[in-house]
Write a protein that binds this ligand. Structure first.
Ligand SMILES: [Cu+2]
Length: 74
């Protein structure tokens, strides 16, 4: 099933960072699309939950050198 994940990501300072995050996520199995916006500090990912998980996506972002900003409880 395709799911959408929106993450707040810290450490992206330019369009190069957006490209880097997009590329790293694009390499993961099950990721359909990944769009990063450094100004908003936001990453949107469409992924197949049978092939990958929010956990794996978060790990890939962290390994690329960026930080996942915890969401405030709503
Ligand atoms: Cu950058």
């Amino acid at each position: 099933m395709t799911e959408q994940l929106v993450l707040q990501v810290g450490g992206m300072t330019c369009t190069g960072c957006e490209a880097r995050v997009g590329k790293v996520l694009g390499r993961l199995d099950g990721v359909r699309s990944a769009t990063a916006d450094h100004q908003a500090g936001e990453v949107r990912v469409l992924f197949d939950s049978a092939q990958t998980s929010a956990q794996c996506i978060g790990t890939a972002i962290t390994r690329a050198g960026y930080q996942i900003v915890p969401r405030e409880a709503s």
